[in-house]
Design a protein around this ligand. Sequence first.
Ligand SMILES: [Zn+2]
Length: 188
Amino acid sequence: MASSNSDWSPGWTTNAPRPGDRVLAISGSDILKPEQGWLLAADDARLGDRASVAVSVGTLDGVPVYVTELEDAGEAGLEPVGLRDALLMMEQVPAELLSTGFQVWQWWRDHRYCGRCGLETGFHPRERAKWCEPCGIPWYPRLAPCVIVVIRRDDRLLLAKNARAAPFLQSDCGLRRAGRESGRRGRP
Ligand SMILES: [Zn+2]
């Protein structure tokens, strides 16, 4: 279902998941991986009532994808896989989808209440942000800084890679939004 070759597009909607949509289930720092692929159908019984509070993260091959957290990681047929292990140790992983899902869920969970007035936040009407109506403040997903150092000699550069890491990994620098490519590349 979800492979690294699938057409993944980060995005946002305030619509609730429908039965044909897909859901990334996480628990703590683990992805709950089903038997096939990485996503559950939105009407999968193992999601229980958690599908109704799932949060939009984008589309995969045109199908809306959401993320939610299950309190019970021991659901039958769902294998807990650490995000880092999935990205570094496994092949054919939809890395951007999984990392976007994690970041979006952490932001959503951690901004349930306004950091200024303490009232419960709601949807921003136009973009991916939590919104406090009394304060008029949007709360956005965190920007994640990432850095790379290039060691060069003449026209060659030194590349290093963990022997256990998956072959598709690459390095970036700049600031990254959840689900976005790096905006800038720096020079020493
Ligand atoms: Zn507020």
